[in-house]
Write a protein of this length. Structure first.
Length: 131
C-alpha cells in the first residue's frame, strides 16, 4: 500500500468514527479545509481501503437481547476448520483470531438466555479438534 495517511486524513477518520453520517461540510468546518478537500480525501481513503463504509446493526433492535463471548482453545492446525464450522451457526456474530491460550474468540447473540443452545453446540464441536 503506497498511500500514507496524514493529520487531515486522521481528522476525517476521527470525525467519521464519532458519527459515520457526519456531513462533509461539517467535517470541513471542523478541520478548516474546503468541503471539496474532504470529499476528495474521503474518496482516496475508501479507494485505498483505509476507510470502509459499513452499516452496524444494533442487535437489541432485532430482538437479540442476550449474548455471550466464548473463548475456544483449539490447535493451530484445526483453527480454519473450526472457523468454518462456527460460520454455519446462526447465533454467531463475530469470530476473532487472537493470540494466547484461547486462539478463537466468538461472540454470539440470541433472543433470550434460554436460547443459548448454539453456545453449547460451539463447545461440543470445538472439543472434537486436537490442541
Amino acid at each position: 500500500m503506497d498511500y500514507e495517511i496524514d493529520d487531515l486524513d486522521r481528522g476525517i477518520i476521527k470525525a467519521l468514527s464519532m458519527d459515520g453520517r457526519m456531513a462533509f461540510k461539517e467535517i470541513a468546518g471542523r478541520l478548516n479545509v474546503t468541503e471539496k478537500t474532504i470529499r476528495l480525501r474521503y474518496k482516496s481513503l475508501v479507494e485505498n481501503k483505509i476507510l470502509e463504509v459499513v452499516g452496524v446493526v444494533n442487535p437489541i433492535t432485532l430482538g437479540l437481547k442476550s449474548g455471550a463471548i466464548i473463548q475456544i482453545k483449539v490447535g493451530p492446525h484445526s483453527i480454519s476448520k473450526v472457523i468454518e464450522l462456527l460460520k454455519k451457526i446462526k447465533g454467531v456474530r463475530y469470530i476473532t483470531l487472537t493470540s494466547g491460550e484461547y486462539p478463537l474468540l466468538v461472540q454470539t447473540t440470541t433472543k433470550s438466555r434460554r436460547n443459548h443452545r448454539d453456545d453449547q453446540q460451539i463447545k461440543s464441536n470445538s472439543r472434537n479438534y486436537p490442541l
